[in-house]
Design a protein around this ligand. Structure first.
Ligand SMILES: [Zn+2]
Length: 323
């Protein structure tokens, strides 16, 4: 009976709608954590001190979707709905985009690159005002959104392969591959660099991801065609529940065909997050992070309470890999 329930839960996991996906709990935490090590000496001490917060809260924006209606569209942009000339057509400035398409339509197809610019601005302000709780919150959030922008399937309306008969590919690419293989990835990405044009960079990141989409879809089809159906999936125990998941053979076959694309994008996410944090700090006038007021007891409790609230906001009837 337990086994059966587990299988159903596993099937649920595979058929899960994309709006609860993004990199997965494991990868988001790992990416935010690794980004800390790209930072220059003036920043790394502060970030290391708060590395647990920065990594543990890497998935807050995903949890927030259940509590805040506007949150969902911040995690993706369906570039393909705008046609072939999307690169030239889409206004990079939010107000211009609203004037051209209207807020509802933009929300429907995702607002990720515009939102990146907003959070970049907010984090710069937090540095300017030496506002430690906001620096922490916004660093964790910015890391999340930047990491999402590095996922090709976050740039298409075919986000879960639903139009190409590849249902489940979203979690396969961004959760299963890193979960099985990230220990073999090389995460030495070099130091964070100053981003001279963060708004353009945010768009550059999503266009780079979108350019990789063709291989994401094509190679999955190829590797699926080579494997008999019963070799594609396996059952694993997680928290005493049996879940149906992608087999090691299927996963490594895909990884090899992609020639390490997930690793490449994950490395890029780490570097780009460090670079955005660094840029916010520079743009704020390079405040001395070693002399910031430590968090007060009240602020600590406030941050903990926020996390708790988000936990409760997760719809209890849906399986969620963030907890
Ligand atoms: Zn997300």
């Amino acid at each position: 009976m337990v086994q059966k329930a587990g299988i159903w839960l596993g099937l649920l996991l595979l058929c899960w709608p994309v709006n609860v996906f993004s990199w997965g709990f494991f990868a988001h935490q790992r990416i935010n954590r690794l980004a800390v090590f790209t930072l220059p000496p003036e920043m790394i001490g502060f970030y290391k001190k708060h590395i647990i917060y920065i990594s543990e809260n890497a998935v807050n924006p995903d949890k927030r979707r259940y509590a805040v209606k506007a949150e969902g569209p911040r995690h993706f942009i369906d570039l393909d709905v705008y046609g072939d000339s999307v690169r030239h057509k889409l206004p990079r400035v939010w107000q211009e985009a609203v004037a051209q398409y209207g807020e509802d339509s933009l929300a429907k197809h995702g607002v990720l690159p515009w939102h990146l610019s907003l959070v970049k601005y907010q984090l710069t302000e937090a540095f300017k005002y030496h506002d430690v709780p906001s620096i922490l919150r916004l660093s964790a959030d910015l890391g999340h959104y930047l990491a999402d922008a590095c996922v090709p399937l976050h740039t298409t309306r075919n986000y879960n392969g639903q139009f190409t008969n590849q249902h489940g590919i979203h979690g396969f690419w961004e959760s299963r591959l890193p979960e099985l293989l990230a220990n073999e990835y090389d995460f030495f990405v070099g130091p964070a660099l100053y981003v001279a044009k963060p708004q353009q960079k945010a768009w550059g990141i999503v266009f780079r991801s979108h350019a990789a989409l063709d291989s994401v879809l094509r190679f999955e089809q190829e590797v699926a065609a080579q494997l008999p159906e019963d070799k594609k999936y396996t059952f694993e125990e997680r928290n005493n529940i049996t879940v149906k998941t992608y087999s090691k053979a299927y996963t490594t076959g895909y990884h090899q065909k992609l020639k390490g694309q997930v690793e490449r994008q994950m490395r890029y996410a780490v570097w780009v997050i460090g670079s955005f944090w660094y840029t916010c700090w520079v743009d704020a006038g390079q405040p001395d992070l070693n002399n910031l007021q430590p968090l007060t007891e009240e602020q600590k409790q406030q941050l903990a309470a926020e996390r708790q609230q988000l936990k409760q906001a997760v719809a209890p009837d849906r399986p969620h890999e963030t907890e």
